[in-house]
Design a protein around this ligand. Structure first.
Ligand SMILES: C[S@@+](CC[C@H](N)C(=O)[O-])C[C@H]1O[C@@H](n2cnc3c(N)ncnc32)[C@H](O)[C@@H]1O
Length: 332
């Protein structure tokens, strides 16, 4: 039965914990963490993201407004602020509890904290915006699950002219209306469904986010998430043998009191390109510049850690294998 997977009841509860989700940002909240030993230059995730954006997206040292959506405990922004000094910072999150955590982490800094769903926030966004960060949030946005290929295919001809759904009112859509919205996006952005099984899942929220961002004029957008179509960079592609992707169908990830779905980045890229963005995709291992020396080579080849430190390293490499990211640069 086609339905919509949502996560906001988890995040809007009293104390949504991210601790056992093992987000990369939290693993590398500080450059002294056990996981940071996997990096050629140990540093916090936020600092590495800042340096990456300076290099790959020409982010200036003193940018205008920066917005982070779904900032969790605030550690990415804390690290980023070691590298850049924005004139204005806005943290937007659906979770009042996590916004409080962000306030604690970032205390003393002039930041606007906004408790709002991303889709109701975007139309109110004050431009210009130099950078919008969405780190490990798009798998939390609504996913349409259990779509039958045959039912979708019959809706595709002319579907690009269907009236777009209101992204703030997706709960009101029944199964038929959800299929129409999936068909609209598929036809409008020429999304490839060929490599999907007879019944598949669709990153509706993530695609709607890219579509909405296309209307905002934000200059740079940084997105990372578990990918459904991730390819490991060399030499990890040879060594991490346990990592095999059999299908590009967004996969359910069961977490505490909610489920997420991995992301078809190729679908987001197709939509972003048609919307006029210049798109740069990357594997998170490249952003992090993880070590590949004799110790790591041995660990990945044998899968046999001999110390606690090596166990942590192996767990980290296994964990980040699926992550990828995308930079959207406005103005083609
Ligand atoms: C998996 S956590 C990631 C946190 C952090 N970015 C990190 O990488 O550690 C997802 C974050 O997105 C927020 N979030 C989820 N859905 C949201 C929505 N629809 N609008 C705004 N924020 C949302 C959550 O409250 C949480 O802060």
């Amino acid at each position: 039965m086609t339905r919509l997977n949502r996560t906001e009841s988890f995040y809007c509860a009293d104390d949504p914990s991210l601790l056992w989700e093992m987000t990369v940002c939290q693993c590398l909240a500080s450059g002294d963490s056990a996981y940071a030993k996997a990096l050629t230059r140990p540093a916090s995730y936020g600092r590495l993201v800042g340096e990456f954006l300076q290099l790959e997206a020409a982010l200036p040292e003193q940018p205008g407004q920066i917005i982070e959506v779904g900032g969790g405990y605030g550690s990415l922004m804390a690290g980023l602020l070691e590298v850049v000094q924005p004139r204005k910072i806005t943290m937007v999150d659906i979770s009042a509890f996590l916004l409080q955590q962000q306030q604690k982490t970032l205390q003393g800094r002039p930041i606007d904290f906004v408790c709002q769903d991303i889709f109701s926030f975007l139309p109110t966004l004050q431009t210009p915006v130099e950078l919008l960060i969405a780190n490990e949030i798009i798998a939390d946005l609504p996913t349409v699950t259990n779509i039958r290929q045959a039912l979708l295919q019959e809706r595709l001809p002319g579907a690009e002219t269907l009236k777009p759904a209101d992204p703030t009112a997706l709960n009101d859509l029944d199964a038929e209306a959800l299929l129409d919205e999936v068909a609209r996006l598929t036809a409008a952005y020429g999304l490839d469904l060929d490599d999907l099984p007879e019944e598949f899942n669709f990153n509706l929220g993530a695609l709607l986010l890219v579509e909405q961002l296309g209307k905002t004029g934000v200059k740079r957008i940084f997105i990372t998430e578990h990918g459904a179509d991730t390819e490991l960079p060399y030499p990890f592609s040879i060594q991490l043998r346990s990592y095999e992707r059999l299908s590009k169908n967004p996969r359910q990830i069961k977490l505490k009191d909610h489920d997420e779905y991995t992301i078809r980045f190729d679908h987001l890229e197709a939509a972003a390109t048609r919307l006029g963005f210049s798109v740069k995709r990357f594997h998170l291992m490249d952003l992090l510049q993880v070590r590949f020396d004799d110790e790591i080579n041995y660990l990945l080849t044998t899968g046999k850690p001999t110390t606690e430190e090596q166990e942590i390293l192996l767990e980290f490499y296994d964990h980040i294998a699926e992550y990828q990211g995308m930079l959207l640069l406005a103005g083609g």
